[in-house]
Ligand binder design. Structure first.
Ligand SMILES: [Zn+2]
Ligand SMILES: [Zn+2]
Length: 222
């Protein structure tokens, strides 16, 4: 039985910030405590934390994209088990906001940001649906974000598209943790996914100069 049928749209994918002006009501959860947590990218040390089995060959792609787009420092971690408390048995997947709770507890100096990466399907409450499958979720701003390879793989035409979705979503979610909101430029990787992974596919995979300026990064030509 495909439990996702109970949710209506099976292919709905999205990515957004927890506290941000996106698909969720502002200040839904951690806005108060994390309101002052925006930091300069150069001061960010991002721990990439696999949750459950994860293809180690993907690390280099993630690290190089985070470094080239955001100028953050990246630290690689060994895989750890997914927290049982985040499992939603009814739909056989993991609740993203509970994964963020778990990940925040693992942040320790010199690390100040953590990116969870996982092969399992993840979900949260969005669009008026109690359990909506998502590509990624991040604090806006704050210490933690998470992305799902499961959603990157769905309906992908080839491995290159899976990898593009993955690295673009990783940079997008870490961008939220640094304080970047969604961007109106649909070519920018901070574009709002608006419920479909196609918005990611159609982006340039790069930050626009407006978003770069907001992070204090030098503009790019072309
Ligand atoms: Zn987003
Ligand atoms: Zn932008």
């Amino acid at each position: 039985m495909d439990s996702s049928k109970t949710l209506g749209r099976r292919d709905a994918l999205l990515s957004f910030g927890v506290a941000g002006a996106s698909l969720v009501a502002p200040h839904l959860c951690h806005a108060q405590s994390y309101a002052s947590m925006a930091i300069r990218p150069q001061d960010a040390r991002v721990s990439v934390q696999p949750l459950g089995p994860f293809d180690a060959t993907l690390f280099d792609r993630i690290a190089s994209s985070l470094t080239s787009e955001l100028s953050v420092t990246v630290q690689r971690e060994s895989s750890i088990d997914l927290p049982r408390a985040a499992y939603y048995a009814r739909n056989r997947r993991y609740r993203a906001e509970r994964l963020l709770d778990f990940l925040r507890g693992r942040v320790a100096a010199p690390v100040n940001r953590i990116l969870g990466v996982t092969e399992v399907d993840i979900s949260t409450t969005a669009h008026g649906v109690a359990d909506w499958g998502i590509l990624g979720l991040g604090d806006l701003p704050g210490p933690a974000c998470v992305i799902s390879m499961f959603r990157c793989r769905r309906n992908a035409r080839d491995a290159a598209q899976v990898h593009f979705r993955m690295v673009t979503t990783c940079v997008h979610e870490v961008g939220h943790t640094l304080g970047l909101d969604h961007c109106a430029d649909t070519r920018c990787l901070m574009t709002d996914a608006r419920g479909t992974v196609r918005t990611i596919d159609q982006s340039s995979g790069r930050l626009c100069n407006r978003c770069r300026a907001r992070l204090g990064l030098a503009p790019r030509n072309g």
